[in-house]
Design a protein around this ligand. Structure first.
Ligand code: GRG
Length: 270
């Protein structure tokens, strides 16, 4: 993160972390509580909650107005990682540098942990039917679950299909995060933040492909932007999408954190 982004993000991250740390505190028995808290408390960039808070502020409201929306989005994101890491999906042993939830607590408990995080996400925003509808659209079969299906069924064989997959799998929740933040902040018009969220969502994934390509230089493997079009095209596309995002919100007063976050979403790959 750049110093300007860090200055803005630090107190807000502390607020989000405190809320996340308090989740499931009343759950019994203790081993279930610990299992639910494990994936929440093992780091992550928290980019989705930051996007929600930034969109709330761009709507002219204090970020506190979107804290439940921000926490809900991160809980749903974390559930998706816990389930994605399971043997039936990506079968990963490590996440964020630590053993995955199923490696520590077993597969059955990890499925329950994902279920609990997903359910808790909706409980956090239950007072707002609009936020519930946004999160359901972003996380469900029309969004993230649909994208994950396209991924595991290997349905993305050309660029258009790959873009659609990522718009759903990663993009929908990022779009949802900024829309939820803006709604919580009382925004009258969601058009610009939606265009921003769609561009950042795709930019984030394009940048992620670049990072993956750095780690795995082979030609084999699932279709990716780098495999289909090469590194140079992919890096240029990430920058183009970040610019589209910045321009979408350029005229909103208080959009500076959104602009800095759009740059962060792609710059982590360079
Ligand atoms: C299981 C329904 C279901 C969906 C899983 C998000 C997802 C869908 C799978 C994760 C696999 C993956 C590598 C997706 C690409 C998007 C991405 C880079 C996700 C990781 O998000 P970050 O980078 O993670 O924000 P942190 O750890 O920072 O929270």
């Amino acid at each position: 993160m750049t110093p300007a982004l860090l200055d803005w993000a630090r107190p807000r991250l502390a607020r989000v972390e405190a809320e996340l740390a308090a989740c499931f505190a009343d759950v019994e028995p203790a081993p279930l509580r610990e299992a639910c808290q494990y994936p929440i408390l093992t780091g992550g960039k928290r980019i989705r909650p930051l996007l929600a808070l930034a969109a709330c502020e761009a709507a002219g409201a204090p970020c506190e107005a979107a804290i439940d929306a921000a926490v809900a989005v991160e809980l749903l994101h974390t559930y998706s990682l816990v389930h994605d890491d399971l043997p039936a999906m990506d079968d990963d042993d490590f996440r964020r540098g630590r053993p995955t939830t199923h490696k520590v607590y077993g597969e059955a408990v990890a499925i329950l942990v994902g279920d609990a995080l997903l359910t808790e996400a909706f409980a956090r925003i239950a007072a707002s039917p609009r936020l519930v509808a946004e999160l359901a659209l972003a996380g469900g079969a029309r969004g993230m679950v649909g994208g994950q299906y396209r991924d595991i069924e290997n349905l993305a064989r050309d660029l258009d299909a790959l873009v659609l997959l990522h718009r759903q799998k990663t993009g929908a929740l990022i779009r949802g995060a900024v829309r939820m933040g803006a709604i919580a902040g009382g925004a009258a018009d969601l058009e610009r933040v939606t265009a921003y969220g769609e561009a950042v969502g795709l930019a984030f994934q394009v940048a992620d492909d670049l990072l993956d390509a750095d780690q795995d230089a082979g030609d084999d493997g699932p279709p990716s932007f780098v495999r289909l079009h090469g590194r140079e095209w992919t890096a240029a596309e990430a920058r183009r999408l970040a610019t589209v995002a910045e321009q979408a919100v350029a005229e909103l007063p208080g959009a500076e954190p959104l602009v800095l976050l759009a740059r962060f979403a792609v710059d982590r790959a360079h």
